[in-house]
Design a protein around this ligand. Structure first.
Ligand code: IMP
Ligand code: MG
Length: 497
């Protein structure tokens, strides 16, 4: 092991003082993190430091600040937090004496080629929740003493406060923008990647692209990685940093303007990148290509006329498909060996029931009912189309699109019970608990949603929006008085007398 001067710990105080000062400065998050990474590496006499943040799905680590890594470590792919030193995710400080020989390191050969030897990694924890990691690297074998470890732990704490404050600022800013648009949303079902949203984008088109991705619920990372393209001996002389990485599609995206000279230069860099890193999936996109890119990955382009009433998407087409898949698996498992009758009520349930039955792997039969609502608030229910076949002695699964007050399902369940099924269970795609008037047992639930009126994937507002491939929240201003029950009495399956 290389001999290093023993550290008495005295060097840490000035470093911590400087780091605390930087953390509380008005610089952008990325600059603050870069400066902290530099001070940390220097204080620990390490060769590099990387501060990274876990994405919303707690899977990938993206770099928010780094020092000393450009020419030896940024060549590797995005870090999968579960594959690279996963013990950090358990809240542990992890020491790797030699990264080139350690199975816990995701990119061993790259570590070797790039002269990464010892690594010390600490979790960044925000009130018990792990939100990121800070790691330091040395070229030569190095053992970190107790003081080094305590110091890195303190830096992780500073980073936690910093990232928390940044996330808070971002969400306040978002809330402020939303209030201004008069579409206040109290509890988003799935918050956008606030933590990964940079303080500023290099170009307005990038922000626009990020907004589109948020609208479609596609996870994204901004400028997550730089690819070295040219070297002069050990020194990197040309790098390329794509604008975005979309982990779910495993795709890097570089946005272009329409200027031909810029396109030519970018094309050259992209060709080079593909040559050097053939496993890397990257696309050059201009604004007009965005919807076709998303369409090719199952996010259907939406026409203005169909979606103008939608404030935002709650569940994308792919998210719905994944959820329906797992509900179908559960149902197939629970009813294995039994004969199942699935009953649905027109019309809201059509998309859900059609996707669901195609994924259930046991024999089943399908029966459809239709009902109408009448009375002042549409709370009286009448059956307008009865079951075609008897359910006497059969296992019945009642499938619904959304349970709101619970009145409809309660009525239908009582009706079905009177026909003596062997068993009777319920499955709903959406459950809006906030407005429940009648407590009913729900056996299978797709998603619990906040108290907002939703449309798409079969659900309508005044007969429209059923054909949207996703579930979206209707613009608040379309529902007057904030009472959506009063306003849904006009669809075809909810006729007023
Ligand atoms: P409930 O009887 O109040 O539980 O109402 C259930 C029915 O009202 C559902 O089956 C839907 O047809 C309709 N409904 C309730 N909430 C919504 C919504 O947010 N969007 C569209 N239809 C809804
Ligand atoms: Mg319904």
């Amino acid at each position: 092991m290389k001999k290093r001067k023993p550290d008495t710990g005295n060097g840490y105080y000035p470093a911590l003082r400087q780091i605390a000062r930087i953390a509380n400065s008005e610089l952008s998050l990325r600059r603050i993190c870069n400066a902290i990474a530099k001070s940390t590496a220097k204080a620990l006499r390490a060769d590099g430091c990387r501060i990274s943040l876990l994405g919303v799905k707690k899977r990938y680590l993206s770099t928010v600040g780094a020092y000393g890594l450009s020419d030896f470590y940024l060549r590797k792919g995005l870090l999968d937090a579960h594959k690279s030193l996963p013990e950090i995710l358990e809240g542990k400080l992890v020491f790797v004496p030699d990264a080139t020989k350690d199975e816990r390191v995701q990119h061993q050969q790259i570590a070797e080629a790039q002269r990464v030897c010892s690594i010390l990694g600490a979790p960044i924890q925000n009130i018990g929740e792990i939100i990121g990691e800070v790691r330091i690297y040395t070229h030569e074998p190095h053992v970190f003493n107790e003081e080094d470890r305590t110091f890195l732990g303190s830096i992780a704490n500073v980073a936690a406060i910093l990232l928390e404050r940044y996330g808070l600022q971002q969400s306040l800013q978002k809330k402020h923008e939303l209030v201004q648009k008069q579409t206040a949303i109290t509890q988003p079902a799935q918050p956008p990647n606030l933590a990964l949203r940079p303080a500023e984008f290099a170009h307005p088109s990038e922000e626009e692209f990020a907004n589109i991705l948020d609208f479609y619920c596609v996870e994204w990372l901004y400028e997550p990685q730089s690819f070295p393209l040219k070297w002069d001996k050990d020194r990197v002389t040309e790098m390329f940093t794509p604008d975005f990485y979309l982990p779910e599609l495993n795709l890097y995206v570089e946005l272009t303007t329409l200027k031909q000279n810029l396109i030519t230069a970018k094309n050259r860099k992209l060709r080079k990148l593909k040559e050097l890193y053939p496993a890397t999936n990257i696309k050059l996109l201009n604004k007009n290509d965005i919807s076709s890119l998303l369409a090719s990955h199952g996010y259907s382009p939406i026409e203005e006329t169909k979606s103008e009433g939608v404030a935002r998407i709650l569940y994308s087409h792919n998210q719905i498909q994944r959820r329906v898949n797992s509900l179908a698996k559960q149902i197939s498992h629970d009813y294995a060996g039994q004969k199942l009758v699935i009953v649905g009520i027109l019309k809201g349930v059509i998309c859900f029931i059609s996707d669901l039955i195609q994924r259930i792997s046991i024999p089943l039969s399908l029966d459809i009912m239709a009902i109408s609502h009448y009375g002042g608030n549409g709370q009286v229910v009448k059956i307008t189309k009865d079951l075609d076949t008897s359910i006497n002695g059969h296992h019945v699964l009642m499938v619904e699109d959304i349970i709101d007050t619970g009145m409809t399902l309660n009525y239908v369940l009582n009706y079905l019970k009177a026909h003596n099924p062997a068993s009777l269970r319920t499955c709903t795609l959406l459950d809006r608990r906030a407005r429940r008037l009648v407590e009913i047992p729900l056996d299978y639930i797709g998603f619990e949603i906040p108290d907002k009126f939703v449309v798409g994937y079969g659900l309508d507002f005044k007969g429209e929006y059923r054909n949207l491939p996703f579930i979206g929240e209707l613009r608040a201003e379309l529902i007057k008085n904030g009472n959506h029950l009063k306003n849904i009495g006009l669809t075809e399956d909810i006729k007023m007398p």
